[in-house]
Every structure is written in C-alpha cells, then in structure tokens.
Design a protein around this ligand. Structure first.
Ligand SMILES: [Zn+2]
Length: 100
C-alpha cells in the first residue's frame, strides 16, 4: 500500500457510515451527559465526519460519538447556532457529489 495524501476508500466508507448515523440527530460523546450540536469536520485525508460544534472533547475518534435525539444541552453549542439538524441536513445534500 502506498501512502497517498487522499483518503483511502476505507476511510471514506467509514466516514460516510458515521455521517449516516447522525443525520437528523444531535450527539453525545461517550457517556457524557451533554448533548451537542453536530457539525462536519475534516478528518483523515480531508473526509468529513460529524463532531461537536463546540469542539469539546473531540479526540478524532468518531467511535466515541453517539447519536442523540434529544435537544442540545451544551451551552457552547447553543451559543454557536440554533437547532443543529437543519445545518447538517443541508451539508449532507451538498456531500452527494463527493460520494460518486
Ligand atoms: Zn457542545
């Protein structure tokens, strides 16, 4: 295997699977009590994955993120914007061209 700068198909597939889990949801980090608003961030190779909008506790391990249907309870996320899912849904539509 070579070490190209672009994301491997495996990474892209994993990122797409993670994104799909969070469409229409907010998120929690592990068992943390706070619910964060979701934003997409560049991850390995520039692929986009969901992460807390406030950047708190995000250790580049999307496996720690859990979808949550509850309202955003993180004050920093609420200060950054309104209810999260609309923004994320719009980004997901834009991502369609990337998937091909
Ligand atoms: Zn937050």
């Amino acid at each position: 295997m070579s070490s190209a700068g672009a994301a491997s198909p495996d990474i892209e597939a994993r990122a797409a699977a993670v994104r799909a889990r969070f469409v229409g949801f907010n998120l929690r980090i592990g068992r943390g009590g706070r619910v964060h608003r979701v934003e997409l961030f560049a991850w390995i190779g520039g692929v986009l994955i969901p992460a807390p909008a406030c950047h708190v506790g995000f250790a580049l391990d999307p496996g720690r993120l859990e979808p949550d249907a509850g309202p955003v309870t993180c004050r920093r996320c609420r200060d950054k914007g309104d209810t999260a899912t609309t923004t994320y849904a719009q980004l997901e539509i834009d991502m369609g061209e990337w998937a091909t």
